[in-house]
Write a protein that binds this ligand. Structure first.
Ligand SMILES: Cc1cc2nc3c(=O)[nH]c(=O)nc-3n(C[C@H](O)[C@H](O)[C@H](O)COP(=O)(O)O)c2cc1C
Length: 324
């Protein structure tokens, strides 16, 4: 008997997988609308961090990561996708339209879907295994196919400058009461959104601080000793600084992350430098003024004996997807 090709798009499944994407503070700032063979992605402005993210840059970046996840999910389930980004100048919240057509599953797409399902943000200290510059270059080049620049920061002089800028951004935000008040509901959150306590390192007075948004320390690790941090650092940047560039930067972040997973690498986005105007400008200077920094990203290896972290929660699909 010949197998009937699937003609009904599995929107729920695709959107459920797309929503596993990373988002700033796990705000999940997206809405989806499905109609016929078309899926639309909208920015959900009610989830914007108005103080830390007044231009909705991190919001659109997060939606870009979800857009890339949706494409990976659809391809992994055997659907061809055609994407139109920012299709309606009169509707700035409509970020993308995805047109789906039956296709077939190829092994590379299946593998990418496996990486999507394995992905999470792991803030534990990386091991001291150095990340070879050639590997960082290859991953960066692969990710750049998604439209943003991925600039490895390997030169020690640049690296020191960027680490200083990172610390300064963290300090500035620590002294900003409005920032703290806005972040509070999303940090150590319970329920289907925000960052749960199990994903946040506790402060460790015996170790030098690794600049991070969520304190600076260790997550419990019953099997392994904490290791020194030697990692790869890249800047995701764009030539322009508009909605389309932010969307592309989010897709590029997701592509970088999923490409890193088969190498066993952990990936940590750091958005603080880009959130503080002064440090964003400083980082732009480090990039020789040639591009707008959107995010810094650390890559490194975790101890192989480490246990899996509990996954951060997601809102139910029915809350974010409208089927028409
Ligand atoms: C645009 C963007 C910015 C982020 N910034 C940070 C950050 O500065 N520090 C951090 O620890 N995690 C950051 N994250 C990771 C999110 O906190 C994480 O994706 C979210 O909590 C969901 O958890 P998961 O990635 O494990 O699914 C960022 C993610 C995105 C997409």
């Amino acid at each position: 008997m010949r197998r009937q090709a699937r003609t009904t798009v599995p929107f729920r499944e695709i959107v459920e997988l797309a929503c596993r994407a990373p988002s700033v503070h796990n705000t999940q700032p997206w809405r989806w609308r499905a109609e016929g063979s078309r899926l639309r992605l909208y920015a959900d402005r009610s989830r914007q961090l108005l103080h830390a993210d007044p231009d909705a840059r991190s919001l659109v970046l997060s939606c870009g990561a979800a857009l890339h996840h949706a494409q990976v999910a659809a391809a992994g389930l055997g659907w061809q996708v055609t994407v139109e980004r920012c299709p309606d100048a009169d509707d700035p919240d409509l970020l993308a339209t995805l047109e789906l057509a039956p296709g077939r599953v190829v092994p590379a797409a299946e593998a990418r879907l496996g990486a999507l399902q394995a992905r999470s943000t792991d803030r534990r200290r990386f091991t001291s295994w150095p990340l070879p510059a050639e590997r960082l270059d290859r991953l960066s080049e692969q990710a750049e196919e998604w439209g943003a620049l991925v600039i490895p920061l390997v030169d020690p002089g640049r690296r020191v400058r960027v680490d200083r800028i990172l610390r300064r951004a963290a300090e500035i935000q620590r002294g900003d009461q409005l920032y703290a008040a806005e972040a509070a509901p999303w940090v150590r959150a319970e329920g289907p959104e925000g960052v749960p306590a199990t994903s946040i390192p506790e402060p460790n007075p015996h170790r030098p601080a690794m600049p991070s948004r969520y304190d600076q320390g260790e997550l419990p690790d019953p099997r392994g000793e904490p290791a020194e941090f030697v990692d790869g650092l890249v800047a995701v940047a764009t030539v322009d600084d508009d909605r389309l560039s932010w969307l592309r930067a989010g897709e590029t972040l997701s592509a970088l992350w999923l490409a890193a997973i088969p190498h066993g690498l952990s990936v940590l986005p750091l958005s603080q430098v880009a959130e503080v105007p002064q440090t964003r400008e400083e980082l732009r200077e480090v990039l020789d003024g040639r591009a707008w920094p959107q995010l810094l990203v650390r890559l490194g290896w975790q101890e192989i004996t480490r246990e899996e972290l509990p996954r951060t929660p997601r809102r139910p699909v029915a809350e974010v997807l409208t089927l028409e």
